[in-house]
Design a protein around this ligand. Structure first.
Ligand SMILES: *Cc1c(COP(=O)(O)O)cnc(C)c1O
Length: 400
């Protein structure tokens, strides 16, 4: 059966809200509209209890205590609060931060801001595998290091980092460890204690929840992490993040977290991985020279990032307007700046512009995967036949 078009296969950028999440949210926009901070009437009580239930659901997904979960507007805000908040609170201990080169810009730009305020950042080395080496982390640590940031899974190449090992190294040295788990939630087991983390950035919209809601998890005991807020006001969220809680968003996040925990055990993750593997098998059978960017082994189950020699990623995306995927050269909005992740792992310039990212999600089907394989293989062949580059190299080959 032909799938419904267009097909969405860009689930690292965002995911559709699960209908069960949407159903859970709806009443909170209408009848249960109270402010969770209103403690003197039933509307407020109901909202407040619902927020606390959601906090428990989110905490359960990462094996944490609900008291340690602060709701934010998303992983960008959580990363900013973690990096800048810790830097400001711990500056008497030191002003040195260690980050991986493939962190989300929410972390990297926070470090760039801090650099202007007299902090120093060490960017860890990385090779073509896109996986950080624990030895390199050990080597980067100094007496004045206050924070290490390594994301659990990358949003472009999907590589998964040795978080528990890095966390153990940090713990031994008494250095705080921040982990962005935005892409890992609902696809990999995430447990704050197993991973030896001190702070974590979460977001709902990468796991079939609504946009504009996320959380920052901050360890409260052994050690009790001190950080300064970025937003001041009504002292919501124990003063760490002021602003009226977005009850409907939070309830949706809670439901998405509950479903994410189910996805880890009910076969959804395995189904995603099988679809992804089928996608790769189909593409490599039909496209000469196609290659995967980053480690295949240490990779999110729903990620595929490939380079297709001789075909501009953006030209390919234009040609397949009925399929939503991302190109490696344009993933930072409209500008054609190459992705810092592909640069960091040493993808050559020409291969960079030929890279595309496919991200599978809960609602993708086998039929869609087959359609995408067929369309991509056909379009790559057509574009290669048209390309002056390929044509020259072919005629040159003929002359030899
Ligand atoms: C999407 C994403 C973010 C940003 O999250 P928002 O909730 O959109 O602000 C941060 N880190 C990673 C790894 C992401 O994939």
């Amino acid at each position: 059966m032909a799938p419904k078009l267009p097909i969405y296969m860009d689930n690292h950028a965002s995911t559709p809200v699960d209908p069960r999440v949407f159903e859970a949210m709806k009443p909170y926009l209408t009848e249960h509209f109270g402010n969770p901070a209103s403690t003197n009437h039933a509307f407020g009580w109901h909202a407040g209890e619902s927020v606390e239930r959601a906090r428990e659901q989110v905490a359960a997904l990462i094996g944490a205590s609900p008291k340690e979960v602060t709701f934010t507007s998303g992983a960008t805000e959580s990363d900013n609060t973690a990096v800048i908040g810790v830097a400001r609170a711990q500056q008497s201990k030191g002003r040195h931060i260690v980050v991986s080169p493939i962190e989300h810009n929410a972390v990297l730009d926070s470090c760039r801001y801090l650099a202007k305020k007299g902090y120093e950042t060490t960017v860890l080395p990385i090779d073509s595998s896109g996986v950080v080496k624990v030895e390199d982390v050990v080597e980067s640590l100094r007496d004045d290091t206050i924070l290490v940031c390594v994301m659990m899974a990358n949003n472009e190449i999907g590589t998964v980092q040795p978080i528990a090992e890095i966390g153990a190294v940090c713990r031994e040295r008494g250095i705080l460890f921040h982990v962005d788990v935005a892409q890992a939630l609902g696809r990999l087991p995430v447990d704050v204690n197993v991973l030896n983390a001190d702070l974590m950035a979460l977001t709902a919209h990468k796991m079939h929840g609504p946009k504009g809601i996320g959380a920052l998890w901050v360890r409260r005991t052994r050690p009790r992490v001190k950080l300064e807020p970025l937003i001041y006001g009504g002292k919501h969220e124990r003063g760490l993040r002021s602003g009226t809680l977005a009850t409907h968003q939070i309830v949706g996040f809670g439901k998405a977290a509950e479903l994410g925990a189910v996805a880890l055990v009910d076969g959804e993750v395995e189904r995603l991985k099988n679809l992804r593997d089928r996608l790769w098998d189909g593409l490599r059978a039909g496209i000469d020279g196609i290659s995967v960017n980053g480690s295949w082994e240490h990779r999110l189950p729903h990620n595929l990032n490939v380079s297709i020699p001789g075909v501009e990623g953006t030209a390919l995306l234009m040609a397949i307007r009925d399929i939503a995927v991302s190109s490696g050269s344009a993933c930072n909005s409209e500008n054609l700046k190459p992705s810092h992740v592909l640069v960091a792992i040493g993808v050559p310039d020409d291969a960079m512009h030929t890279s595309i990212r496919l991200g599978l999600g809960r609602f993708n089907t086998e039929e869609e995967v087959e359609y995408v394989i067929e369309r991509l293989c056909t379009e790559v062949e057509r574009l290669r036949a048209m390309s002056p580059l390929m044509a020259t190299s072919k005629s040159e080959q003929l002359e030899i």
